[in-house]
Design a protein around this ligand. Structure first.
Ligand code: GDP
Length: 445
């Protein structure tokens, strides 16, 4: 599916993991190669740019996980970026069929694989979701298309709406919905007529069908082999039809696959399925993690890094808990908390487990501590010497001035960090051993 891209990337990754330490130059040149590989795979330029921009600071500024190589960490970062580009976890899987009968409208250019995909979906809904399915062809221009759908229905064992000559697409849609209601169908799939190019008549006809049938899903079927044209088709259809998702066909071909990678980012629409063959079972649920894994071919590395990162967080949490039990919470600990929070995209591991966490979070919110502020505060702490971090009492006016200059902030910002540290240290102390017990329990110890 993405063979050429996978080959290119595996070369880049070999170079990265072959080295023990990575310089900024190593990472930059690897990212340059990844950029070229994606462009060669026909991924849209804007999408590639955004992807590289997003992963670069992470790859360059990666925090060190001792048990894995830096190159492996970069692979994980590239993987996560790719998953994000493909829609991450947020996509609803499968089709929305809450209200019965649910209408699924299929749109797309002629030859994109619309009719074949209609058959595939019908089969899937019937065999895997035990739905009663009715399919209807709205292609009044090509009697052969209507026949094709009828034969498909027989093959996959669902009902097709009887063909009535001379009806308009909108009338057929109405008849299909009525028949579905009367016949107790769960789902009715409307296979609309396509043209070989985007034209106004096709669009307005499809819009009319949508108006009449009020689809739960309006799916664009696009041929992945047509590359950037498929992306443009999706964009144009979406302007007129309020699409709810995409299905990319011919993913079994040896095309460059870039369309599939750009689609989501360009249109903002979820890719729901991939067509992977001419037969009615050639349909695959789209899963961003699985596709990223397939493209990178580095599944083992990714899970290794995930595991190591989780272990590291746990180890640090334990170490900090031990310190806290003794009533110690220095600026290094605060810096670590900032970092953990950034990694976890929210309240840090340690704090999340503690009874006082809510209060601490409130204190942070009260000071307007969002991610950006947190990064700045982390920067301030990093401008201190190790001695100062371990013993904040050392921080007199001249030291504060030096730190502020180093971090490029006003002295008042340094004071803010110190105040926050004091508040948190006080809170941690209060929790003392009682907090420890709670935490040990939360960690399953
Ligand atoms: P429509 O005009 O959009 O309805 O397109 P069809 O469903 O008639 O498909 C056009 C051609 O593409 C047919 O020969 C299908 O067998 C083929 N096709 C559809 N989907 C796929 C797919 O996922 N993989 C492959 N290899 N061929 C497909």
């Amino acid at each position: 599916m993405f063979d050429a891209l996978t080959d290119r990337l595996s070369g880049v990754f070999e170079g990265l993991t072959g080295k023990g330490a990575l310089s900024e130059k190593d990472v930059s040149s690897a990212l340059r190669e990844i950029r070229v590989a994606l462009l060669e795979a026909d991924v849209a330029l804007d999408v590639v740019k955004k992807f590289i921009e997003e992963i670069k600071p992470k790859a360059v500024g990666e925090s060190v996980i001792r048990s894995v190589k830096p190159g492996q960490q970069v692979i994980k970062i590239v993987n996560d970026g790719l998953v994000e580009m493909l829609g991450g976890n947020e996509d609803a899987k499968g089709l929305r069929i809450d209200n019965i009968p649910a209408v699924i409208m299929m749109a797309g250019l002629q030859g994109s694989g619309k009719t074949t995909t209609t058959g595939k979906l019908a089969r899937r809904l019937k065999t895997q979701e035990r739905k009663k399915v009715l399919i209807a062809s709205l292609d009044v221009y090509r009697p052969a298309a209507m026949q094709q759908l009828k034969i498909l229905a027989e093959q996959v064992g669902v009902d097709a709406l009887p063909i009535v000559e001379g009806q308009l697409p909108a009338d057929i849609a109405k008849r299909a919905v009525n028949a579905a209601k009367l016949g107790g169908y769960d789902v009715v799939i409307l296979d609309t007529a396509g043209r070989t190019t985007l034209d106004e008549q096709m669009m307005s006809e499809a819009a009319r069908v949508a108006e009449i049938s009020n689809p739960a899903e309006t799916i664009l079927v696009a041929d992945a082999l047509t590359g950037q044209d498929a992306v443009e088709t999706a964009r144009r259809f979406n302007e007129r039809l309020k699409l709810t998702g995409l299905i990319l066909t011919r993913m079994d071909g040896d095309g460059r696959g870039g369309a599939a990678l750009s689609m989501r980012a360009v249109t903002g629409l979820p890719i729901k399925f991939l067509g992977t063959g001419e037969k009615s079972d050639g349909l695959e649920v789209f899963d961003a993690h699985r596709i990223a894994g397939r493209i990178l071919g580095q599944g083992d590395v990714v899970s290794l890094v995930e595991k190591a990162a989780a272990e590291m967080d746990e180890e640090k949490t334990k170490r900090m808990a031990e310190k806290m039990a003794k009533g110690v919470f220095d600026l290094d600990d605060l810096a670590e908390q900032f970092k953990q929070m950034e990694r976890m995209g929210g309240l840090g591991g340690l704090m999340g487990m503690m009874p006082g966490a809510k209060k601490a979070k409130q204190a942070m919110d009260a000071q307007g501590l969002d991610d950006r502020v947190m990064k700045r505060q982390h920067g301030i702490i990093m401008s201190m010497t190790a001695k100062e971090r371990a013993k904040p009492a050392l921080l007199n006016a001249s030291r504060k001035k030096r730190i502020a200059a180093g971090a490029g902030v006003h002295v008042s910002e340094v004071n803010k960090v110190l105040k926050m540290h004091q508040q948190m240290a006080g809170m941690m102390k209060k929790m003392g051993k009682g907090g420890m017990k709670q935490m040990a329990k939360a960690m399953g110890a």
